[in-house]
Write a protein that binds this ligand. Structure first.
Ligand code: SAH
Length: 346
């Protein structure tokens, strides 16, 4: 079996190249081809000798991440991409254009096993983990297709990154390496549904990435209604882990809260949320739930969402309502892939 060369960190690649009997600086060149010039084939690596390219070809491969579909929003220029992986699995990624730069939302798994009730990505369960190479591959393809630089990355697409911890961490190391795309860690956000040991481990890595916690409920019971993962980890433990992340990294944690009409959007919910967030140096992102066909969750009215936000704001909570992007293209998390998988199974 050939080894996936794009899945190595800079240091690991140096070791691999030395094992081939090559000088260390070759690793720098190859890393640049892979992660700066975004080569998809060894034949593109023209500053390497033909002999070395053949050696690489024998032992390694650059696994393809190929665009199957692209949707462009007429409202705000958001792009959704469907990518096919080497084994035929598909994942989706989103490019969002902001004043401060381009942000890409990537998937970390094919499917998901967390089972959050309002999420389309989890309906078919988990197919498999993505490798670090397949995670960077989504970003690289988007840069190549659009010819635009990506400055921010959010790991908020399909999948639970803490359920694929090692690959996720390697992905962060590759993405933020100065020899590669060199995206600033501060411009990377990882979102988790609250897998406590994962958050604790990540805190110990002392990275500068932003941790986003999907809260969605202001107490243990409410969380359980929406997120099966809450059966495994008590809210108090999850919050403790987030505090630890802040202590270890100095990075303010973002809490995400999907507003679901009649489930978690009352003023009592807001009150309870204030009690949780008030003592913490954090940011709250309110997301009116994106309705999916398979479930009958509804968004609160605009006025209700605004009232909810106002109440928190008055208590000194740092809060925003997330702007909906690409509402005219298979909007909600995992819907593009889901439509594709369903159609192709028939
Ligand atoms: N597994 C991770 C990351 C992927 S989901 C996590 O749970 O955080 C990214 C964010 O989108 C999470 O906050 C998730 O709860 C939210 N989300 C998923 N489906 C949604 C929907 N239909 N409407 C609004 N937010 C949704």
């Amino acid at each position: 079996m050939k080894k996936d060369i794009r899945a190595y960190t800079y240091e690991q690649l140096q070791e691999e190249i030395e094992k081939l009997g090559e000088k260390k600086f070759r690793a720098k060149q190859i890393y640049e081809w892979l992660h700066v010039k975004l080569a998809d084939h060894f034949s593109e690596m023209t500053n390497l000798s033909k002999v070395l390219r053949e050696k690489l070809e024998e032992q390694f491969e650059i696994l393809p991440v190929e665009m199957l579909e692209r949707q462009v929003s007429k409202i705000d220029g958001t792009n959704k991409f469907l990518f096919q992986l080497h084994d035929g699995n598909v994942v989706e990624s989103v490019l969002m254009r902001y004043k401060h730069g381009n942000s890409v939302c990537i998937s970390s798994q094919v499917g998901c096993r967390m089972g959050c009730r309002f999420c389309a990505s989890t309906i078919g369960g988990l197919e498999r983990n993505l490798s670090a190479s397949e995670m960077v591959g989504q970003i690289y393809q988007i840069q190549k297709i659009t010819q635009e630089r990506v400055s921010n990355v959010v790991v908020m697409g399909t999948g639970e990154p803490m359920d694929n911890y090692e690959n996720f961490l390697t992905f962060i190391r590759i993405l933020t390496d100065e020899h590669g795309l060199n995206i600033s860690q501060r411009n990377v956000t990882v979102s988790t549904c609250g897998i406590v040991p994962g958050i604790q481990k990540l805190a110990q890595e002392h990275l500068q990435i932003t941790l986003a916690l999907s809260l969605h409920g202001s107490n243990q019971e409410k969380r359980k209604q929406l997120m099966p993962v809450a059966n495994k980890y008590e809210l108090s433990e999850v919050l403790k882990a987030c505090d630890e992340y802040f202590r270890q990294t100095g990075r303010r944690v973002t809490f995400e809260y999907s507003l679901v009409h009649g489930v978690n959007d009352t003023l009592e919910d807001a009150e309870e949320l204030i009690q949780i967030l008030k003592p913490r140096n954090c940011h709250l992102n309110l997301i009116p739930v994106n309705p999916i066909k398979e479930r009958d969750f509804q968004q609160p009215s605009r006025k209700n969402a605004q009232n909810f936000k106002n109440k928190l704001e008055k208590s000194g909570i740092n809060v925003t309502i997330r702007r909906e992007m690409g509402a005219d293209i298979d909007g909600a998390c995992g819907q593009l892939r889901r439509r594709y998988v369903k159609t192709n199974k028939k």
